[in-house]
Ligand binder design. Sequence first.
Ligand code: URA
Length: 226
Amino acid sequence: MQDINRLKILKELYYYQNIGFQYIDDIHISKKETTSTNFSLPNSLLELESIVKNCHLCQLSKTRKNVVFGEGNPKATLLFIGEGPGANEDSTGKPFVGRAGELLTKIIENVLELKREDVYIANIVKCRPPGNRVPTDEEAKECSPFLLKQIELIKPSIIVTLGATAYKKLTNDNTPISRIRGETINFKNIKVIPTFHPSYLLRNPSAKKFVFLDMKKVKLMLENLI
Ligand code: URA
């Protein structure tokens, strides 16, 4: 995988920088080396987390305070995916801990009647985009193997994507969130329910009724899994 070669080179360069190098000669890598596919991410969330915490694959690593890997039940049936960490998440290293996070926790507790620890919460990108801008396609692409591995390891039955960006970057479907929310989309044999982002609800409280409907649907789906 090309990305892992970049990761290895960056790690090496950071090592040189740490021991005082200001400059090194060009590194020549053959095409064969850059397209090698003999790398795979670990089959353990803890090991994956330690790799992600040392990631420098995109520019977000330069401005982040903390990597926000995600948290929750590693065997969760329900996985929430947001867009990317904001300022509070960047400071604490935890997903959805600001005002939007408080609202998400309320939705989990009051509508789904679950505890936050029962579900897993992750993001499309693990590092804060400066000024809370939308992550670029490049940033989302660099981070996507990590999210896909999280999904593979957690094996959720249902994924709720929060907001337009999370849905679009996960599925590559450009259907507007206002049209697709509440639908059930098949992604790698997992049911994806897109809904509005809690930050959007803070700005547009009248949209809460739609998220309430979407979460009622998720609750029913979870009950039917048992
Ligand atoms: N918004 C997101 O999309 N993710 C977080 O973790 C926090 C706010």
